[in-house]
Each structure stands twice: as structure tokens, then as C-alpha cells.
Design a protein around this ligand. Structure first.
Ligand code: FES
Length: 253
């Protein structure tokens, strides 16, 4: 379904990350599920797949990193935008799950809505890894729910003592070896190499990965988001998959 919207705010979160709130004009009858995504249309500039970072009262929030003409324009507040969605299956219902959410870079985007949607039905700890210390922002400022416990920040450039030095997968491996009974579900979201590593580290845990891929139609028609060599389509079968479902895809470079 197509919605027209107006950007009501763009907030710079850190050196590279932004958050924008979009007021949708048409009434949303069915709110999105966590991990669903939209195709965001910036008139005369771009059409981009974006995770639902948050949603309430007909206001859609997107968290993004500037990496092209479309996101550059979005950071400068283009005013009116179009939103097509909501795409993907999203996550099944969760009840009393203890979740470890591991994010790399902009893979952290679905977190606020995950916590808002399930609120006190889940408890969630977070590992968020980024390349440079100046990309950091305080996740507790964008999360409205109290279901979030510990938040671990990991920076690859290792120059800021507040952050664990290394990759999100390094810290994940360390804490999962030490405290694996603390969580009964792991959800990882970020670059493909990171997700492949997370799936490798512990095969006994219930692990789901939130994939990114090239998306065009979002409806299962064009085939551009097929997760080769499987026949799964990210836009209709995902974007969240168990490690087993996408093991072959993750093993390809
Ligand atoms: S984007 Fe066209 S089939 Fe998925």
C-alpha cells in the first residue's frame, strides 16, 4: 500500500547516523510487525528499502546512515516523501523470550520498534558494533521500552575506552561462551559476513538473522532479492530467517 507522508523531524544521532520521523497522512489499519520494511520514495531522487525503526500513531521512524544521493537528501529533510509498505513477514509473536540482539552498523535500526511492539513480553540485551567511535550514539535515547537490559557497545577503531575494542562478533563469542543460558533467542542484524559468523559461533542456540539484499518490487515478482543459491526471496520470505534456512546463502561470498 502506498502512503504519502511529511517529514516532521530529522535528527543527527552521530557522525553518520540520522533518525527521521515521518507523519503518514493515510490511516494505517494494520501496524507493521518488527523487521518489516518499507520502500521509501524521495521524489526525483531515490526509492530505497528501509527498515521500520519505530512506529506509533501514524508516525514512522527510519534510522539511516548517509551513503548515497537518496540518504543525503533525506538527511537534509526533503519535506514530502512516499512510503510503500509494509513489506516482508516480520517476526512471529514472542512471549517471555530472553533475547540477545546483536547489531552491526545500521543493522541496529529495527531495535526500537522490536522493543516497543513486544514491550514487557520480552527482555532484551544488546550488542551494537560499529567501525568508528564517532558513529556511536546512546541507544537508550531511541528506545521507549523498559524491556532493554544491558547494552554493550563495540568499536573497531579501539580509540575510545568506553567501548569494547573489536567486532560485535568478538564480544558475542565471548559472552555467549560465558553466559549462554542467559538468553533463549539470538537475533542478529547487520552485514552478511557478520551474520554468517554469528550463525557459526553457536549452532545450538535459536538464532535468527535479519538480512539485507537488493530489493526492487518488494512483492516477490522481480527476483532481484533472491538469496542464491536458495530460492528464498528476502522481500516475501524474510527479511528474518533462521540460520538453517539461509546457511547456503550465508556461506557464499
Ligand atoms: S524485490 Fe522483487 S522479488 Fe523481492
Amino acid at each position: 500500500m502506498f502512503f504519502s507522508g511529511k517529514i516532521i523531524e530529522v535528527t543527527k544521532l552521530s557522525s553518520d547516523y540520522y533518525k527521521t520521523d515521518i507523519k503518514l497522512f493515510e490511516k494505517i489499519s494494520q501496524p507493521p510487525k518488527p523487521f518489516q520494511f518499507v520502500m521509501l520514495w524521495i521524489p526525483r531522487k531515490d526509492l530505497m528499502p528501509m527498515s521500520v525503526a519505530d512506529y506509533h500513531d501514524n508516525i514512522l521512524t527510519i534510522i539511516f546512515k548517509v551513503r548515497g544521493e537518496g540518504t543525503k537528501t533525506l538527511a537534509q529533510n526533503p519535506g514530502f516523501v512516499g512510503v510503500n509498505g509494509f513489506y516482508g513477514k516480520g517476526i512471529k509473536d514472542l512471549y517471555e523470550r530472553k533475547i540477545l540482539f546483536v547489531a552491526g552498523g545500521s543493522g541496529v535500526a529495527p531495535l526500537p520498534y522490536l522493543t516497543r511492539y513486544f514491550r514487557d513480553k520480552i527482555s532484551i540485551d544488546v550488542i551494537w558494533g560499529f567501525r568508528y567511535h564517532h558513529q556511536y550514539f546512546d541507544l537508550s535515547n531511541i528506545i521507549s521500552s523498559r524491556s532493554v537490559g544491558e547494552i554493550f557497545y563495540v568499536a573497531e577503531d579501539c580509540v575510545d575506552k568506553r567501548f569494547y575494542c573489536g567486532k560485535a562478533t568478538d564480544l558475542y563469542q565471548k559472552i555467549i561462551e560465558r553466559e549462554r543460558d542467559k538468553w533463549d533467542l539470538v537475533i542478529a542484524s547487520g552485514p552478511k559476513e557478520m551474520l554468517a559468523k554469528i550463525c557459526e559461533i553457536n549452532r545450538e542456540l535459536d538464532v535468527y538473522v535479519n538480512l539485507e539484499n537488493h530489493v526492487k518490487c518488494g512483492l516477490g515478482f522481480c527476483g532481484s532479492c533472491v538469496l542464491k543459491p536458495t530460492s528464498k526471496l528476502l522481500c516475501v520470505d524474510g527479511p528474518l530467517f533462521s540460520c538453517d534456512e539461509v546457511a547456503e546463502y550465508l556461506s557464499q561470498n
